[in-house]
Design a protein around this ligand. Sequence first.
Ligand code: VGL
Ligand code: ZN
Length: 233
Amino acid sequence: MTDPAGTQPPEPFRPALLIIDVQEDFCPPHGALAVPDGRAVVPVANALLALPFVYKIATKDHHPPGHVSFASSHAGAAPFASSTTIANPANAAETYETRLWPEHCVAGTPGNALARELDAARVEHVVLKGLDPRVEMYSAFRSPLRDPPLPSATSELAYILRARGVTDVFVVGLAGDYCVFWSASDCAEDGWRTYVVEEGVRSVGGQEGWEKAKRELEGKGVRIVSADGEEIE
Ligand code: VGL
Ligand code: ZN
């Protein structure tokens, strides 16, 4: 709305930084589920961590041994190549298909740690996700099982963002076509202006995987931006 007399208060801008799953297991060369060139997101995340966000949050994929997303939890399944159907433990009618992975980010293992070059001292809060052994949880907000939503698969992230009066969320991390995709998607769905900083993302499916994810994110109202401040068309 135009406001020539300047009578309206300025729109609030209270940005948060959300760093998704920048963990050793998602980084080459030794990560159990290394995302191609995944470690390249770290300098971008560090540059953003030096800026004055209202709140700086990192998430960690934090699975128990035997998690449902591990191929090793399903007889005859192969990591990356197989998928399985998961039912909502509280409502067998709600199911979804999910890809199966190598064992990764198991609580208490070195691969679960944040990437060693990440400036973790500047991270103010860490949100853990994927703790329920029965449920895959790509989004840092909640699992795809929503009918009913399981308390064990819902994080405190939305609560924290609301409590801090956050208006805008800037997202970087791993992987662009999985956890960044679903986290940014839910963030926009929940009403925050949501941006993915493109240089700060790498994808399981490489550049091709990211291009597809990017188009879908744009369709959901997520803005894809560059670390130099230009919005990317
Ligand atoms: C992720 C696959 C399995 C991610 C987590 O962080 O993108 N991908 N678990
Ligand atoms: Zn995982």
